[in-house]
Design a protein around this ligand. Structure first.
Ligand SMILES: *[C@@H]1O[C@H](CO)[C@@H](O)[C@H](O)[C@H]1NC(C)=O
Ligand SMILES: *[C@@H]1O[C@H](CO)[C@@H](O)[C@H](O)[C@H]1NC(C)=O
Ligand SMILES: *[C@@H]1O[C@H](CO)[C@@H](O)[C@H](O)[C@H]1NC(C)=O
Ligand SMILES: *[C@@H]1O[C@H](CO)[C@@H](O)[C@H](O)[C@H]1NC(C)=O
Ligand SMILES: *[C@@H]1O[C@H](CO)[C@@H](O)[C@H](O)[C@H]1NC(C)=O
Ligand SMILES: *[C@@H]1O[C@H](CO)[C@@H](O)[C@H](O)[C@H]1NC(C)=O
Ligand SMILES: [Zn+2]
Length: 504
C-alpha cells in the first residue's frame, strides 16, 4: 500500500481541492495593534497589547500575544500593520428598519404617534417602489458598515408585496453585511396575511441568501393583546419548517398598548421556540416579563436614541441588562451606529442609578456602570440575543467581523484603555477598517465596494429626493394623545422651535 502522504497530493490534484482552497481561503494577519479580545472563561474583555490576530477564511484562526513567525502563518497571508490602532469585534444592531434610509432627516422632531401615519411600512408604501426599497436598504447597510456595525437584525416591514420583499432581501445580500432579515407579517392593504405567509414561504424556499452572511428571520407585532391564533400557528409552523434565524417583535406597553409582551408570548406558548426571540424596546416591561425572559433566555433590544427621541423608553430597562442587547431602530431619524447607542445608554443608565442615591440626598461614591459593560452590550450581547456564540466576540473560532479604530485621531490620541477610548472618545470617522466574514468591507476609511461611489449613491439620491417630496406634501392626520410641553430656548417671546426647515 502506498503511504497516505503519497496518495494525498495525487488525490488533491485529481479533485483540484488544493487549488480551490488556496483560491478561496484568504488569510490576514493584523499585527502590532491593541486587541480587545474576549475571554470565554471569564466572560470578559481582555486587552492584548502589541499582539496579532490571524484571520483565515471567515474565522479568527488565532490570537498571538507576540508577533508570530512566518512559519506559523498560512502561505500567502497578508500582513496588516495596526500599530497605534485598536482592533475590536464589529457592533451588533439588534433592531433596525434598513429600507427607510430615504426619509433621512424628515423625522427630526417627530413623536412616535406622529411617526406611525407617515413612515411605517403600510403608511409609506404608496410612495416607495420595490426599487426604492432595494436602494434604500443597500445605502442604509453601507451606512451601517461604514460605522462598524457588522451585524443587524432587520425588522423588514417593507414586505408589502413579493417584489418589495425580495428587493429588501436582495439588497441585504448585496451589501455583504451580516443581516438577519426578518420578513414582516402584518395587516396590510392589498396584500392579505395569508398572501404574505405564502410569499414568506416562497422566499424562504428559494433561499437566495444561502452561502451569504444574510439569513432569514420573521417579524410579527400582533402577539397580544387579542392575537389571531391561526396566524400565530402559521408563523410557528414556518419558523420550524424553515429553521428561520430569529423571531422579532416590537413591544411598547403602558399607555401605547402595543404589548407583544413576554407574558403574551408565554401565554401563546412560544417563548421557548427553538430559535431566538428578540423583543424590541420592551417598554414598560414588568418584573414578571423580565423573569420570563430570563427563564427562556430571550433578549430585549434597547434602542436608547429611538426611545428617547420618540418617547417610548421605560424606567426599568437598567434592571434587565443581563438579558438585553442594543439597537438603532429608525436610522433615518438619528445616529446609524451602535457606538452612539452604547454611549447614550451607558450615560443614561448611570444617571438613573445615580438619581436613586441623589433622591436620598446622598452623594454617590461609585460609578454604577462601566465602559466594558457598555461595550459588551453593543457586541457580545447581540450575539447572545441571536444565540450566536461566534458573533460579537474577538476570540479564536469566532466569525472574523472586525473593526479597526484609528487610535491617533485627535479625539482618541492619548488613550490608555482601548475600551474607554472606543466607547467614550471615538466617532465613526475613526473607523478605518471593517471586515465581515474575514472580507474587507471598509478599508483605509473607504467603503470597499466600488459600486458605492459609482452607482449606489446616485441611485439612492434620485429615489430619496422623490420620496421626500411626496412625503413632505402629504399632510399628517389629526392625532390624539397627550401634549408635551416644548422647551424654550429663546429669551422673551417664542420658544425657538424650528417650525419648518424642509425644502426638497
Ligand atoms: C472557489 O473559487 C473558485 C474559482 O475562484 C470557484 O469556482 C469555486 O466555486 C469557489 N469555491 C467555493 C467553495 O466558494
Ligand atoms: C511590532 O512588534 C514587534 C514585536 O513586538 C516589534 O519588534 C516591532 O518593532 C513592532 N513594529 C512596530 C512598527 O511597532
Ligand atoms: C390598494 O389598491 C387600491 C386599488 O388598486 C389602490 O387604490 C390603493 O392605493 C392600494 N393601497 C395601497 C396602500 O397601495
Ligand atoms: C385570523 O387570520 C386568518 C388568516 O389570515 C383569517 O382568515 C381570520 O379571519 C382571522 N381571524 C380573525 C378573528 O380575525
Ligand atoms: C437551524 O439554524 C441554526 C443556525 O441559525 C443552526 O445552528 C441549527 O443547526 C439549525 N437547525 C436545524 C434543525 O437545521
Ligand atoms: C417639527 O415639528 C413641528 C410640529 O410637529 C412641525 O410643524 C415641523 O415641520 C417640524 N420640523 C421639522 C424640521 O421637521
Ligand atoms: Zn422599530
Amino acid at each position: 500500500m502506498m503511504p497516505l502522504r503519497h496518495i494525498l497530493p495525487l488525490l488533491l490534484q485529481v479533485l483540484d481541492i488544493s487549488a480551490a482552497c488556496a483560491a478561496n481561503t484568504t488569510s490576514t494577519l493584523f499585527r502590532n495593534g491593541t486587541i480587545v479580545a474576549f475571554n470565554r472563561e471569564t466572560e470578559s474583555l481582555e486587552v492584548i497589547r502589541n499582539g496579532a490576530v490571524l484571520v483565515t477564511g471567515d474565522r479568527i484562526a488565532s490570537i498571538f500575544p507576540n508577533l508570530p513567525t512566518r512559519s506559523e502563518l498560512p502561505s500567502g497571508t497578508e500582513e496588516v500593520d495596526i500599530t497605534d490602532k485598536i482592533l475590536t469585534t464589529g457592533f451588533i444592531d439588534t433592531h433596525r428598519h434598513g429600507w427607510q434610509t430615504a426619509f433621512k432627516t424628515l423625522g427630526s422632531n417627530t413623536s412616535l404617534i406622529e411617526y406611525f401615519p407617515r413612515y411605517i411600512g403600510f403608511a409609506a408604501q404608496g410612495h416607495v417602489s420595490a426599487e426604492d426599497v432595494y436602494i434604500g436598504q443597500l445605502a442604509g447597510l453601507y451606512e451601517a458598515l461604514n460605522a462598524g456595525v457588522t451585524t443587524s437584525v432587520d425588522h423588514a416591514h417593507h414586505t408589502w408585496s413579493h417584489e418589495a420583499a425580495v428587493a429588501g432581501l436582495q439588497a441585504s445580500i448585496d451589501s455583504n453585511a451580516r443581516v438577519f432579515w426578518c420578513y414582516t407579517i402584518q395587516d396590510r392593504e392589498n396584500f392579505s396575511i395569508d398572501e404574505q405567509l405564502a410569499d414568506l414561504r416562497a422566499v424562504a424556499a428559494t433561499a437566495s441568501f444561502r452561502g451569504t452572511p444574510t439569513s432569514m428571520g420573521i417579524a410579527y407585532d400582533s402577539f397580544g393583546p387579542n392575537p389571531n391564533l391561526t396566524v400565530v400557528e402559521a408563523i410557528v409552523g414556518l419558523i420550524r419548517e424553515f429553521n428561520l434565524s430569529v423571531l422579532t417583535t416590537h413591544s411598547v406597553q403602558g399607555p401605547y398598548g402595543f404589548d407583544n409582551s413576554p407574558e403574551d408570548l408565554d401565554s401563546l406558548n412560544i417563548l421557548n421556540l427553538p430559535i431566538p426571540i428578540i423583543i424590541s424596546h420592551a417598554s414598560f416591561l414588568t418584573a414578571a416579563g423580565a423573569t420570563l425572559l430570563r427563564s427562556a433566555n430571550q433578549y430585549i433590544s434597547i434602542t436608547p436614541e429611538s426611545e428617547m427621541h420618540y418617547g417610548h423608553g421605560h424606567p426599568t430597562a437598567h434592571l434587565i441588562l443581563d438579558q438585553a442587547a442594543l439597537g438603532v431602530d429608525t436610522h433615518f431619524t438619528f445616529s446609524t451606529d451602535i457606538l452612539t447607542q452604547a454611549r447614550l445608554w451607558l450615560q443614561s443608565a448611570r444617571r438613573t442609578r445615580y438619581e436613586l442615591v441623589l433622591d436620598l440626598w446622598q452623594t454617590p461614591i461609585n460609578n454604577p456602570m462601566s465602559v466594558n459593560q457598555a461595550f459588551l452590550l453593543a457586541t457580545r450581547h447581540g450575539g447572545l440575543a441571536l444565540r450566536r456564540d461566534d458573533l460579537g466576540v474577538l476570540c479564536e473560532g469566532a466569525k472574523a467581523d472586525l473593526v479597526i479604530w484609528d487610535g491617533t485621531s485627535p479625539g482618541m490620541l492619548g488613550w490608555v484603555d482601548p475600551v474607554a477610548a472606543v466607547i467614550l472618545h471615538a466617532n465613526i470617522g475613526d473607523v478605518q477598517g471593517v471586515m465581515v466574514d474575514g472580507r474587507w468591507r471598509k478599508r483605509d476609511g473607504k467603503i470597499v465596494d466600488k459600486r458605492y461611489e459609482t452607482e449606489v449613491k446616485q441611485r439612492f439620491l434620485e429615489s430619496a429626493r422623490r420620496i421626500q417630496r411626496d412625503l413632505i406634501n402629504t399632510p399628517l392626520p389629526v392625532l390624539n394623545g397627550g401634549i408635551t410641553q416644548r422647551v424654550d430656548t429663546l429669551r422673551g417671546e417664542g420658544d425657538g422651535y424650528a417650525e419648518t426647515l424642509l425644502e426638497v
